[in-house]
Design a protein around this ligand. Structure first.
Ligand SMILES: [Zn+2]
Ligand SMILES: [Zn+2]
Length: 154
């Protein structure tokens, strides 16, 4: 496969992934809007064993989630741009901030979630599934993606 690289805004933190992502989704919940100071966040799931930091240092900041279980947000230690999150205290799955890829166009959202709080001026295309809250992963994800999640107990 081609290697997908990314990094923070100051350039110190650089990473790559060594496998195609499992799934990419955009979240329009109010917390993600605040955490990005923008309209929505895009996250790409990858097994943590296929996420590799090449240069730089990360700091970890605890953040709230709608579920109440919280997340660990990993940021570049220098410019503090968020690079990825860990949810449910389980570090087997890495939720990369898709917009930090060098070529984020490779990973368009495969679902839009929590569209009940989507900003009214964000116009989504008609082709990508959208959900007022969350989706049923068994219905939406490919067999391969489901198998990869299951293999790491996510
Ligand atoms: Zn969200
Ligand atoms: Zn940085």
């Amino acid at each position: 496969m081609s290697l997908y690289r990314g990094g923070c805004s100051c350039g110190d933190l650089r990473y790559h992934i060594s496998k195609e992502p499992i799934f990419t989704q955009a979240c329009h919940c109010r917390l993600c809007q605040r955490q990005t100071a923008s309209a929505f966040i895009i996250r790409t799931m990858i097994e943590s064993s296929h996420f590799h930091v090449d240069t730089g240092e990360l700091i970890c900041v605890h953040g709230p989630t709608g579920s109440g279980r919280g997340q660990k947000v990993y940021r570049c230690a220098i410019c503090k741009v968020q690079i990825f999150s860990i949810f449910n205290n389980s570090d087997v799955m890495t939720f990369l901030k898709t917009a930090t890829f060098d070529e984020p166009e490779h990973f368009p959202p495969q679902a839009h979630i929590f569209t009940k709080s989507k900003l009214s001026w964000v116009n989504l295309d008609g082709a990508t599934p959208r959900f007022e809250k969350y989706y049923n992963k068994e219905e939406l994800l490919s067999k391969d993606s489901l198998a990869r999640r299951k293999a790491i107990g996510w």
